[in-house]
Design a binder for this molecule. Structure first.
Ligand SMILES: C[S@@+](CC[C@H](N)C(=O)[O-])C[C@H]1O[C@@H](n2cnc3c(N)ncnc32)[C@H](O)[C@@H]1O
Length: 232
């Protein structure tokens, strides 16, 4: 995949996203960027795991605009310090340029007065080093092609799989990649993604996940949640 300069567009819920004209691909659903992120990654992923573990280690495939990271930070803080710390690892091969992320309106769409500072910190913190966004939230952005990354077995509780569409990047939605993600997850860990394509679900199953379809956000019938089964 080649890097291409994205354009900014406004989605159905009024929040902005990036659009790649040559690929005809959006970074988020055109029906609502914030609505999609909340429905899939926060509600079906983060909230489902938050009560179970004291601290959570999260892996995001595709940091992009930083929307999922920002929303996870805000949700984690709202759900309470006593629920534990967050270690958030995000891979990104084509970082979004400052000229673009500064035009995204995400921070003002949340009531947290410091959301803008958090968003800037998330974008401006160094790559390839763990960085304390707050005492309870460490962000480690990895500037790399996801296919080249190797993770220690059993590192992650939760995976946000947010690559471009399977038709555009079939190599990332493959059994081989999902097997690596499976090994990198702890037993009982959860992967969430917007794609409910049959081939994606089959690749996840072949990699060892137990796969379920959940109702999607506006404009999408179904999304996928996959669990690495616990060892008995
Ligand atoms: C659908 S967008 C989602 C972005 C992000 N989660 C967000 O909320 O803005 C997919 C992201 O994956 C990144 N990406 C695509 N191929 C990649 C690869 N091979 N390795 C790492 N990142 C990749 C893209 O640059 C883009 O930022």
């Amino acid at each position: 995949m080649k890097a291409e300069k994205p354009e900014i567009i406004v989605t159905g819920d009024g929040s902005k996203t990036l659009y790649l004209p040559v690929m005809n691909e959006h970074y988020h659903s055109s029906h609502g960027a914030i609505a999609e992120s909340k429905h899939i990654f926060i509600d079906a992923g983060f909230k489902a795991m938050r009560g179970k573990a004291c601290s959570l280690t999260i892996l995001e495939m595709g940091f992009g605009t930083g929307l999922n990271a920002l929303m996870t930070f805000l949700e984690a803080r709202q759900s309470g310090k006593e629920k534990g710390k967050i270690h958030y690892v995000a891979a990104e091969a084509f970082p979004v340029e400052k000229e673009l992320w500064t035009q995204l309106d995400y921070p003002v769409r949340f009531s947290d007065g410091d959301a803008g500072d958090i968003f800037v910190k998330m974008h401006e913190c160094p790559w390839d080093l763990p960085f304390f966004i707050s005492d309870d939230f460490v962000l480690n952005k990895l500037k790399a092609d996801f296919s080249d990354l190797e993770f220690k077995d059993g590192s992650f509780d939760l995976v946000y799989f947010d690559a471009f569409a399977p038709d555009l990047q079939p190599e990332l939605w493959s059994e081989e990649i999902f097997k690596r993600v499976f090994s990198a997850m702890r037993p009982g860990g959860v992967l969430v993604t917007y794609s409910a394509k049959g081939s994606v679900k089959r690749a996840l199953q072949m990699a060892g996940f137990v796969v379920e379809g959940l109702p999607g956000p506006k404009g999408k019938r179904e999304i996928t949640r996959a669990v690495r089964p616990s060892v008995h």
